[in-house]
Write a protein of this length. Structure first.
Length: 290
């Protein structure tokens, strides 16, 4: 196909124009032009009247532009929406199962909202299924004032599921052995349940309780780092817990808080790449021992 090159020295612009089709050439391309096909990097002008197909460039974009109007729920594709809800449900179930079957039985408490839930249950006999959503709503009200309402939607879903699972476990007999005489094991197992459950929920952009909202609000007001805010709320609640929990058990509660915080970080940041790296590390260790 004949081409003509026109140079404009006045503005130092150089362009190759196909006189017959009006389509620009691919300047600086490392690959030769393909006859009859537009440049992949140039978007065809739909108003040029040529009737040339823009499908190679716009098919994916067109599909994406159709999706928001018809197929998205809360900004997610239906499958992603269902997966997020399912993971929040699983995380809430794991987290509340550990609190009910280990912390409630052994008296080893957590900090933050969880510790306040157990505190209210012990001193006032208020079931966790009532205390938990009440404290969460209070924390979210503070966060709404301080931080705005953009991040509260999924946390509201998690709050409902946490309260629902608390109610479920309360209606059933305890499902784990009584670990009161083995507080160290209770502290570690309880921390694992809490860490994995809360980590799964946080991974979905939600909060398993008002702890996150409260810590972020305190950070915003005081300028403290968020980690320092978590520590402040945990230690404050553990201090309250000294009114009904012996100092020795509070020491085990500190173990629980420390382990659960670490597990939350691991679960929240874990990916398949990390799993593969860990698997490869185990294989190398096995070879070295062999």
């Amino acid at each position: 196909m004949p081409r003509e090159t026109t140079q404009h020295h006045t503005d130092l612009e150089i362009s190759n124009i196909d006189e017959e089709s009006g389509e620009p050439d691919c300047m600086g391309s490392a690959e030769p032009d393909v006859p009859g096909e537009p440049c992949a990097s140039v978007e065809p002008d739909a108003s040029d009247g040529t009737g040339a197909s823009a499908e190679p460039y716009t098919s994916d974009r067109a599909a994406a532009s159709d999706e928001p109007a018809k197929f998205l729920i809360a900004g997610l594709r239906p499958l992603d929406f269902v997966k997020r809800i399912a993971i929040i449900l699983i995380g809430s179930a794991i987290f509340t199962f550990g609190v009910h079957n280990i912390h409630n039985v052994t008296g080893i408490t957590e900090g933050g909202i969880i510790g306040l839930v157990l505190f209210g249950n012990h001193w006032f006999g208020i079931p966790p299924s009532i205390v938990s959503p009440a404290l969460d709503c209070l924390s979210y009200a503070v966060a709404l004032k301080v931080l705005g309402g953009g991040f509260l939607g999924w946390s509201a879903v998690a709050t409902v599921t946490v309260a629902g699972f608390y109610r479920l476990w309360e209606s059933l007999p305890y499902m784990l052995p009584d670990l009161t005489n083995n507080p160290l094991l209770a502290a570690v197992l309880g921390a694992l349940f809490v860490g994995v459950g809360v980590g799964l929920v946080i991974r979905q952009g939600a909060s398993a309780g008002g702890d996150d909202a409260l810590a972020l609000s305190i950070s915003k007001i005081t300028g403290w780092r968020v980690g320092r805010c978590y520590l402040f709320t945990d230690l404050s609640v553990l201090a309250l817990s000294l009114t009904y929990i012996p100092v020795v058990k509070i020491a085990f509660s500190l173990i629980t808080v420390t382990i659960s915080s670490a597990v939350i970080d691991v679960v929240k940041d874990a990916s398949w790449d990390h799993v593969e790296q860990f698997t490869e590390w185990l294989r190398e260790k096995g070879r070295a021992r062999a």
